[in-house]
Design a protein around this ligand. Structure first.
Ligand code: BGC
Length: 727
């Protein structure tokens, strides 16, 4: 048996341990910072703390300190933006490899692939002259309506933590900083600029912060991006609790905090509460006094004036400057190579992540894979089979060097088949921030698709969401869980016209599936970037055996979601405040604790082979909070082709003195086995992972007593439950 490493990821993984060492600040670097600071004027120091263009902040030209260059993030290096406004610069040398969206990366449950992803992205960032890449995003998936869920790593804090760390290390080993975003609680786009989140300490610590902590403490992230929203009455970009107390205090973060673009609102708070770099204020084009606009930033002249008058302590400035110079020594002033753009290796990484990220949700009667050797007619229906998905969606959109559409991918891998296409529905022109209805006649599109489907041997519907406003797109949330543009009706009509119907969903969010029982197969394909079509066709044709697992729950209805169970104050809020009343019970934690059956559960994902998980046992049924729970199991590939399975370990605490979720993911491992092969799997679970955050003592606490250790291959497919006693 071997861990499910692609050869590619294995290569990259060898560098994992050595990642950031040479760029950790030593006394040498700190002395050089001292020396630079001693030579800098107060004006030069303040200048470092704010933008000089949309995506750069200044250096100290007189002392040879270079400016910092930033780029979105998080799925590739964004095309160049104009110096002073949001328009694209129109360069012809600024395209990139589009990597799969982070939901797809999370679905791989494969940290080695996350490292390979970060590694390739770091190389491309460097090639494009970037010092800071604005990602990864690890806001927790709280509601399927959040327009930006596709940029994040799902609903589980442990999974997101495990997956974010290698990404950070992979990027930063190239001397390019990550900016882990959006810190914190930016769990919706609606009213993101001002909504005030009220959340308990437990939910904050147990659900919303762990992935940020992992990125900083384990991954060594060099920058963190503040969120637009407020927490407990204070904007997150200069939030005393989040930045000073937790990030820079408890987590000892020694890097720089950057605003989200336009996320600063107050000079005094920004100065005192740990904001280091202000970006994107006056984001609407700097219409008045262009030359001086950057000087008017909260951390520009107003800050300088307050420092000069003694209204704000000089120590705040020195701390910011030290952190910014440290960031520069790690990036622009470090010894680094020139990077790599594109090429077969980056395409292979994108395809490997896409392959492992695709989740086979349903497969009745072995509908998938489709036979590539017969001369059948395949009707591909649906706009997402041809629509460019690397554009749109907001700041994460990319100018991809190429993008293989699902239709082209299918045509390439079914050379014997006659592949016919009909659009079926129209999702409207791509738009960010605007809803543009399609001018096409929906009924005619539907009729044409039904006719195309009727005579085919098999129908593959490729639909889902797209990246237009109110779909999977920044600056707005979806308006319902249902598929838009009449797709439910279309799927029903297709089924009536042709009984052999498979569905491929391209989306970054869960959708309702009133037709779930009537279709033969369902593939969740996320947004897969440059290699999308190839990766989808790999799975449809069986060239790749799917092994992705859902990093989110698919609810049957919105009312089954914790955040939607307490009225509008819990989501989307009353436009001023929002209360996270479901508390720690987010995603499957809510479903399982309240006995609500999801449509597809967190951790679910089928394979073209079958696995048996047996002989699950604990090395010891007792341990202390400081020890590690060790368990073994026998995993057998009982089917006829090789494949990979994710063994998932969930924990529950019966009779806890605090509210607990019925189960929480606390460990997992992904294993590849040949047909018929069997292996013993060992998983370690440090007992400290069983801790809850005690609000009284403000400490992580492992409650003594009995815990249920549930081992399975999905949150709703537990093979065995064992008891462990923590003394
Ligand atoms: C987004 C960030 C992004 C920034 C710069 C903001 O609107 O929220 O995620 O990095 O713009 O484009």
């Amino acid at each position: 048996m071997k861990q499910a490493l692609t050869a590619l990821a294995a290569l990259a993984a060898t560098a994992l341990g050595a990642c950031t060492q040479q760029r950790q600040p030593g006394t040498d670097v700190e002395q050089r910072i001292d020396s630079l600071m001693a030579q800098m004027t107060i004006e030069e120091k303040v200048a470092l703390c704010h933008a000089q263009s949309k995506f750069t902040s200044p250096g100290v030209p007189r002392l040879g300190v270079p400016e910092l260059h930033y780029s979105d993030g998080p799925h590739g290096v964004r095309a160049e933006i104009n110096w002073d406004d949001w328009g694209y610069a129109g360069w012809s040398n600024d395209s990139c490899t589009a990597f799969p969206a982070l939901t797809a990366l999370a679905s791989t449950f494969n940290p080695e692939l996350s490292f390979a992803y970060g590694d390739a992205l770091g190389e491309e960032s460097l090639y494009r002259g970037k010092d800071v890449i604005l990602g990864p995003g690890v806001n927790i998936y709280r509601t399927p309506l959040n327009g930006r869920n596709f940029e994040y790593m799902g609903e589980d804090p442990y999974l997101a933590s495990v997956m974010v760390v290698p990404y950070v290390k992979g990027v930063q080993r190239h001397g390019v900083a990550t900016s882990v975003k959006h810190f914190a609680l930016n769990n919706q786009e609606l009213w993101r600029g001002h909504i005030n989140v009220e959340v308990s300490d437990r939910a904050l610590r147990e659900i919303y912060l762990p992935a940020f902590r992992a990125a900083v403490v384990e991954g060594g992230a060099w920058t963190v991006m503040g969120a637009y929203n407020k927490l407990r009455g204070q904007h997150c970009c200069h939030n005393e609790l989040l930045i000073n107390k937790i990030l820079k205090g408890e987590w000892a973060f020694d890097g720089a905090v950057i605003t989200d673009w336009g996320g600063a609102h107050d000079t005094r708070e920004a100065a005192l509460n740990g904001l280091d770099i202000e970006m994107g204020s006056w984001t609407n084009g700097l219409t008045s006094s262009m030359a001086l606009a950057y000087d008017n930033y909260y951390l520009a002249r107003p800050y300088l004036d307050a420092l000069r008058k003694g209204e704000l302590p000089m120590s705040t400035l020195d701390d910011k400057v030290r952190r910014i110079l440290r960031l520069m020594f790690r990036t622009s002033m470090s010894r680094r190579t020139h990077g790599i753009m594109g090429g077969a290796r980056h395409s292979a990484t994108a395809r490997a992540v896409a392959n492992e990220g695709i989740v086979l949700l349903k497969n009745s009667g072995g509908f998938f894979p489709l036979d590539t050797t017969t001369q059948m007619t395949i009707a591909v229906i649906g706009q997402n089979a041809t629509r460019c998905m690397t554009l749109s969606g907001g700041s994460s959109e990319l100018k991809a060097r190429y993008e293989v559409s699902p239709l082209d991918g299918i045509r390439a891998q079914f050379p014997q088949a006659r592949v016919v296409y009909s659009m079926g529905y129209a999702g409207g022109p791509s738009a960010y921030g605007r809803e543009i209805p399609s001018p096409l006649d929906a009924d005619s599109l539907l009729q044409a698709a039904v006719e195309t489907a009727r005579t085919a041997d098999v129908v593959i519907f490729v639909g889902g969401l797209n990246k237009s406003h109110l779909q999977d797109c920044e600056a707005g949330d979806r308006v319902s869980l249902g598929l838009p543009f009449g797709q439910d009706r279309l799927i029903g009509e297709l089924k009536a016209a042709n009984p052999r119907l498979g569905v491929v969903l391209v989306s970054g969010n869960a959708v309702a599936m009133p037709w779930v029982d009537s279709v033969d197969g369902i593939v969740q394909a996320w947004y897969l970037g440059s290699e999308a079509g190839h990766a989808i066709a790999d799975v449809l044709s069986g060239r790749v055996n799917p092994s992705g697992k859902l990093p989110i729950s698919f609810p049957v209805a919105l009312t089954d979601v914790g955040a939607h169970s307490f009225g509008p104050i819990a989501y989307p809020g009353d436009s001023i405040n929002e209360k996270y009343l479901e508390d720690i019970l987010v995603g499957y934690r809510w479903h399982d604790t309240r006995n609500i059956r999801p449509l597809f559960a967190f951790g679910h994902g089928l394979s073209y082979t079958t696995f048996a998980l047996t002989d699950i046992s604990l090395q010891s049924a007792q341990c202390t909070a400081a020890q590690t729970i060790r368990l073994t199991a026998r995993l057998t590939n009982t089917g006829s082709r090789s494949g990979a399975e994710v063994v998932q370990v969930y924990v529950g605490k019966p009779d806890s003195k605090v509210t607990r979720a019925a189960k929480e993911l606390k460990a997992f491992g992904k294993y590849r086995l040949d047909a018929g092969q069997s292996a013993t799997v060992s998983i370690e679970l440090p007992a400290e992972r069983l801790a809850y955050f005690d609000e009284g003592s403000q400490q992580w606490t492992v409650e003594p007593g009995a815990y249920d250790i549930m081992v399975g291959t999905a949150s709703d497919n537990i093979a065995d439950t064992l008891r462990v006693d923590i003394r």
